[in-house]
Design a protein around this ligand. Sequence first.
Ligand code: YNC
Ligand code: MG
Length: 388
Amino acid sequence: KHKFWETQPVGQYKDVGNTSLPEGPIELPTPLDEVKQEPYNLPALYEWVTCDIDSEETCNEVYSLLTNNYVEDDENMFRFNYSKEFLRWALRPPGYFKSWHIGVRVKASKKLVAFITGVPAKIRVRDEVVSMAEINFLCVHKKLRSKRLAPVLIKEVTRRVHLENIWQAAYTAGVVLPTPITTCQYWHRSLNPKKLIDVGFSRLGARMTMSRTIKLYKLPDSTITPGFRKMELRDVPAVTRLLRSYLAQFAVAPDFDENDVEHWLLPEENVVDSFLVESPKTHEVTDFCSFYTLPSSILGNQNYTMLKAAYSYYNVSTQTPLLQLMNDALIVAKQNDYDVFNALDVMHNESFLKALKFGPGDGQLHYYLYNYRIKNALKPSELGLVLL
Ligand code: YNC
Ligand code: MG
């Protein structure tokens, strides 16, 4: 059934429940000089390129490929619209490799028609910290679908990851592949219910009027927790300590150092926002919350073209109840004009979703590891990893 994935070192369906197989790498690394030195073959009309995301022109081309051809919802009403600033942030973390930003162009016209990326990350799986690639932004132009180009892109990024002596990867997808380490659900909290209903993102509930709905989702004008403020550069050491000790409890989570925290969590306008609670008495940083900005294009609506969405990222509560912390996150998202606040049911998110009036979304997000076996699928609440 999965002609490509059956050939790959991933957890296979036939092995589900086979407890004799050990956790850990499925295949051993090969000596680097045995890694294929030449790129995989593409159909004759196409060529490989390394995309220089620092170049304004290349970044524009990647942006328009994704804006027009990347992930849509099941009903094709919305399509992710990652901003150029976001792409630059997502693709240039500490230690990134340019060679992992891979494009396919038409030889004759140089038009960019496919893309896949990796970035390096240290991910802890139970007691082991593993060097991995996080694979994202796999995209084939709509006119070139179902021609088995995706497996070639995946094999080429794998080859280039191997050339850096990295043998494992993490990725998420809306489709079911062999075999998820866990399956998560998105939950949505309306901030601008009228717009969400107008564009068909949500529907008026039974026995609800528009004005009752607006009242239901109304939030205070300003945050409630004393000492709640935006994260700054000087907070990086404290936030790193807080996050490391919090993430230690999950079966799979990133192993962040201060450089990672500075890159992934220091606020950058319209890309990532982070807030913390600094105790007014002790000036200790006790709590932390963050979200990233990922708008979606609204396809074929007369009145609106863009949905402004915030996605819950990493949150840590030690003194402020998580519910109150996330309520403050909703308040700042509302202040900054987001239409909706999205969260997965990972980490401790279940504990606030219903109480803060999030509703379950349709469609699921499956998490995968490449060349690393997990014995039993995890519960979403055992996962401490959010991919972009
Ligand atoms: C997918 N999303 O099953 P089988 S997520 C992985 N991730 O193979 P074709 C996928 N594999 O089943 P199309 C996949 N979607 O026969 C499909 N596949 O074994 C598999 N959509 O290839 C599929 N972006 O080229 C099948 O399909 C084979 O033309 C079919 O292209 C697929 O970024 C795609 O959703 C997704 O642009 C490119 O539909 C295209 O349909 C598209 O005939 C809209 O492919 C955008 C979209 C995917 C977002 C993402 C994560 C990707 C992870 C890739 C796997 C990484 C493995 C680790 C590598 C490093 C290893 C080290 C070390
Ligand atoms: Mg194809």
